[in-house]
Design a binder for this molecule. Structure first.
Ligand code: NAP
Length: 436
């Protein structure tokens, strides 16, 4: 019998557990550990609430969780409740699937002013993430800015732009919907430090901006290279650029009250305001020979009472686990960190790729584990039993599969992807729902 600990219950964690199940059958016990009392990580807290078809993947994860060889151990933070080294003594292998939940910083003056929020915070706020319950992003001003040209920037801009009933069928948390209803934001500027050809936005997500009830995309044709240059682009990317060109051709729909303005070749220099954000000072850029953004010296200001920085994420450090500072992820070689210690998903590769990208990733690492510890053998580890004993000694209230189900059945627990969230939920509320 082998004992495996998968740390993190988002897509990377569940795909890895699924792959380990396939590789070991009933020859392994797999514990999925999460810092929150309920699982799903990115699916619950990261995927946009109006993208329910993406959230539906959690049903597949449920099938893994229901397997007798798999246990869920929630409300346990590796690094504080239990160390990575302790886990390694209790399990044959520990696979870190903790994602990349921390925002990268712009590193410019004024970034600490109230009103500047990272996309992980903003996305967490509208998705009911307990850590961001009190974020209260300022929505009283008419201008907001989103820095970054990836899909997360699009998610943030779209959520800011939607009308109340465009959230029907979503699972946006009630406190966010209420605040967005009262929002005064009329102009949302999405800033890219490079040009339209360098965006990291995908066609489906970009296309959605053309179908918003109350908002219209505004794109300046002067930012584009000649249309022939699009031919060299990879087909999916070319499609995104074509959508942007269509927005140029159609022109803004002036009957709509909100605008989503694409400001390309715009590099944030500093953030200014009297005790809170009022404006972003931006430098116009050109592309240098390597394709990087080079400042031209021309500066201008973008008014904003809310600035969302959406420039990528980082994996948090765990004491004793080697870290790759440049990549913002665990230092690893094809997923292997050390003997018996692996990383998968964003914690392995950095924050790129779709939910599905994590599947081959998890399977590849599971194959490596199986090659190092062939099914049939035993590491004679204490597994969940040893871990639970340790947690009990420390007074950590771990949740299990039944607790997770119980929480989701309660009013406070209506945080399950696909179901409405009538109340905001905090970890204390979740535990209180269990009578703890
Ligand atoms: P991303 O795709 O890596 O985009 C990050 C953006 O930030 C890039 O445009 C980058 O510009 C810009 N940036 C980085 N550093 C900057 C700086 N110092 N100043 C200004 N701009 C800066 O990251 P993401 O949007 O966080 O998305 C993460 C992953 O999740 C992606 O793979 C994404 O596709 C995926 N995702 C998918 C969906 C979906 O499928 N619906 C939704 C959300 C996210 P440069 O190119 O110039 O570096």
């Amino acid at each position: 019998m082998r004992d495996f600990a998968v740390v993190g219950s988002g897509p990377a964690g569940f795909y890895t557990a699924e792959a380990l199940l396939k590789a070991y059958g009933d020859q392994a016990r797999i514990d999925i550990i999460d810092r929150y009392p309920v699982p799903y990580g990115l699916i619950r807290f990261g995927v946009a609430p109006d993208h329910q078809s993406l959230k539906a993947v959690s049903k597949r994860y449920d099938q893994v969780a229901e397997n007798d060889a798999v246990s869920f151990i929630g409300n346990v933070t590796v690094g504080s409740d239990v160390s990575a080294d302790e886990l390694r003594t209790h399990y044959d292998a520990v696979i870190l699937a903790i994602g990349a939940p921390h925002d990268r910083k712009l590193g410019i003056p004024g970034e600490d002013l109230p009103g500047v929020v990272g996309s992980a915070e903003f996305v967490g706020w509208y998705n009911g993430h307990p850590d961001f319950a009190d974020l209260a992003p300022p929505l009283h001003g008419t201008h907001a800015a989103v820095v970054g040209n990836g899909n997360v920037a699009l998610d943030c801009a779209r959520i800011l732009a939607k009308n109340h009933h465009e959230f029907e069928g979503s699972d946006i948390v009630a406190h966010a919907l209420e605040a967005l209803d009262k929002s005064a934001v009329r102009t949302i500027t999405i800033l890219g430090r490079r040009g339209p050809h360098q965006i990291s936005m995908t066609p489906k997500e970009l296309g959605e901006l053309g179908h918003l009830e109350a908002a219209t995309p505004v794109v300046d044709g002067a930012d584009f290279p000649p249309v022939e240059a699009d031919e060299a682009l990879e087909p999916g990317h070319r499609k995104s650029i074509t959508i942007l060109r269509d927005f140029v051709a159609q022109g803004p729909d002036t009957t709509k009250p909100r605008q989503i303005v694409f400001d390309f070749f715009a590099k944030p220099l500093r953030i200014e305001g009297d005790g809170k954000v009022e404006r972003l000072i931006v430098e116009r850029t050109v592309l240098d020979d390597s394709g990087a953004a080079k400042g031209t010296g021309e500066t201008y200001e973008v008014p904003a009472s809310l600035i969302i920085t959406s420039i990528g994420y980082q994996t948090p450090r765990i004491e004793g686990v080697p870290y790759d500072d440049r990549g913002g992820k665990f230092a690893n070689d094809q997923g292997k960190i050390a003997d018996g210690l692996y990383a998968v998903g964003w914690a392995r590769r950095g924050p790129t790729g779709t939910i599905g990208t994590n599947r081959p990733d998890g399977y590849e690492v599971a194959e490596q584990v199986a090659a190092a510890m062939p099914p049939g053998g035993s590491g004679h580890r204490s597994g969940a039993e040893g871990l639970k004993r340790l947690l009990e000694e420390r007074g950590v209230m771990a949740t299990d599969y039944d607790d997770w189900r119980k929480i989701e059945e309660t009013e406070v627990g209506r945080a399950r992807p696909g179901s409405p969230r009538e109340k905001f939920v905090r970890v204390e509320d979740w535990l209180a729902a269990l009578g703890r």
